[in-house]
Design a protein around this ligand. Structure first.
Ligand code: NAD
Length: 484
């Protein structure tokens, strides 16, 4: 191991150097086996306050570096994700319980996000404004200062780097707090890459910890912007805290995403799309297909085909077997998933496939006859379950798809004309016609509406809005005359 050598960080946190953290050390477990993969340091509130001061100091010089110098570091980071692709995917597989294609996607996206971010330093940073005064008037984008990033366990690398890379590229310093279950994929791999890419010290701090450290990275005085990805419940706390301290906060939260199968759709293809959307990474994706809304003319056949697919998908240790689904991240999540499924079955849902588990391996589950009252309908399960609901009219499909506090991703399969009508009627940050609900690319404006977020967007040019402040600047040839 060249990049991800555990001896570099054992018992430590990252402040530009690897140093002992003020919190307790914790073990990071492989969910598939329970094996301890590494032991990492946890930060204390004192560590966060120190990091915030150091970051603010380092940021002053960083904001003044030439755009091409910042771009070069981002490009180098992008190259390193490819240079160390095997090591990185191996860690993501073992630490997050991912199948190799999901881990490969994280590694690939990490590189592409860095390459896309390398274009930001050279991007236009504002506009020239016509003015009624005899001066030049500009709106220009300035680095914000220190950006704190809080990320979750499911796609830890992408969900951290999608804020780290653009924030740094745009002249900010960063404090990153990864989830304690996925510290390496969501934090230390990024620190190691930017170390080797030549990022000056003090600009990137990685401080693992729980909710208390999450709160500290929000309230630390020098922090100006917070990028939070996680549950709606925790996001509400972070949003409240940030508002109280008058800080800008980007919240990327949960989802309960609908996939609508229209009359006349190809049942095999539609079932394949629904299975992928619901079961990829064991359903632990904010964009996962959470409700499959199927026209009555196809419903029974669709449920049969989807149930057969689910029954045949292999589940096991993705590091040692060729499987479609790996383990759930931990026992607590697994119990929550099983609770929602069993409760829904007790309330009358038909268990078509799955509904059982061994260790942390939950079988892909299909539920039919799901009604509005059931938890599998109304809640984000964040597990491998496809609840199927029948509809008869397009208005009914629109009503069911919209009957939800979230609004992250919507998929519509079948006739495009009908799909367009639905797309214009259901509130959603992301809509895919004739594709399932889970997708991401480095240059797209990612984000949700309703309880899925607070209107922020990440990716491509949206990052300029997300990670800079706007300044109005005027310039006049001589001191202006005033009546006083
Ligand atoms: P979580 O909210 O429990 O944790 C996410 C992160 O927030 C972790 O680093 C955690 O330590 C930290 N945290 C928790 N409570 C906090 C608090 N009070 N203050 C500050 N930090 C706190 O989320 P999770 O269960 O780990 O992740 C799954 C959730 O994330 C799902 O709801 C999923 O939909 C959502 N998610 C959203 C997106 C998106 O882009 N919209 C992407 C992935 C996951």
């Amino acid at each position: 191991m060249e990049l991800l050598n555990t001896s570099v960080w054992t018992g430590k946190i990252f402040n530009g150097d690897w140093v002992a953290g003020g919190g307790e050390n914790i073990d990071v477990h492989e969910p598939a086996t329970g094996e301890v993969l590494t032991t990492v340091g946890m930060g204390s509130v004192g560590d966060v306050l120190r990091a915030s001061k150091e970051a603010a100091e380092a940021q002053k010089a960083w904001a003044k570096t030439k755009p091409e110098e910042r771009a070069a570091i981002l490009r180098k980071a992008g190259d390193l994700w490819y240079k160390y692709a095997d090591e990185v995917t191996h860690w993501v597989i073992r630490e997050t319980g991912a199948i190799p294609p999901k881990a490969g996607l994280e590694q690939h996206m990490a590189a592409e996000i860095c390459f896309t971010a390398s274009g930001l330093p050279g991007h236009a940073m504002g506009s020239v404004l016509p003015s009624n005064e005899e001066h030049w008037s500009f709106a220009r984008r300035m680095p914000a200062g220190v950006v704190s990033i809080i990320s979750p366990f499911n796609f830890p690398l992408i969900l951290s780097i999608r804020s780290v890379a653009p924030a740094l590229a745009l002249g900010n310093a960063v404090i990153l707090k990864p989830d304690p279950r996925t510290v390496v994929s969501g934090g230390y791999a990024i620190a190691r890459v930017f170390e080797e890419a030549g990022l000056p010290k003090g600009l990137l701090h990685v401080i693992p910890g729980g909710a208390d450290i999450g709160q500290a990275v929000v309230t630390a005085p020098e922090v100006r912007i917070i990028s939070f990805t996680g549950s709606t419940q925790a996001g509400r706390h972070v949003g409240e805290l940030a508002s109280k301290h008058l800080k800008r906060v980007h919240l990327e939260l949960g989802g309960n995403n609908a996939l609508i199968v229209l009359p006349g759709a190809d049942i095999q293809k539609a079932a394949s799309a629904a299975a992928f959307g619901a079961f990829l990474h064991q359903g632990q994706i904010c964009m996962a297909t959470g409700r499959v809304i199927v026209h009555e003319s196809l419903h029974d056949e669709f449920v049969k085909v989807l149930g057969e697919k689910a029954s045949h998908l292999p589940v096991g240790n993705p590091a040692t077997e060729q499987v479609a689904l790996g383990p759930i991240i931990d026992e607590k999540q697994l119990k929550r998933i099983d609770g929602i499924i069993q409760e829904s079955v007790a309330e009358g849902a038909t268990l078509v496939a799955g509904g059982t588990y061994e260790g942390l391996f939950y079988r892909p589950t299909v539920l039919a006859n799901v009604t509005k009252e059931m938890a599998a309908y109304s809640q984000e399960v964040f597990g491998p379950v496809a609840p199927v609901i029948k509809f008869s009219t397009i208005d009914e499909a629109i009503e069911i798809a919209s009957d939800n506090e979230y609004g992250l991703s919507l998929a519509i399969l079948g006739e495009v004309g009908l799909a367009m009508k639905i797309a214009d009627s259901v509130p959603s940050g992301i809509i895919h016609i004739n594709e399932q609900t889970v997708a991401d690319e480095a240059n797209i404006p990612f984000g949700g509406v309703g309880a899925s977020g607070n209107g922020s967007r990440f990716g491509g040019e949206a990052n300029i809005e997300a990670f800079t402040e706007t300044q109005w600047l005027t310039v006049r040839a001589e001191i202006a005359p005033y009546p006083f």
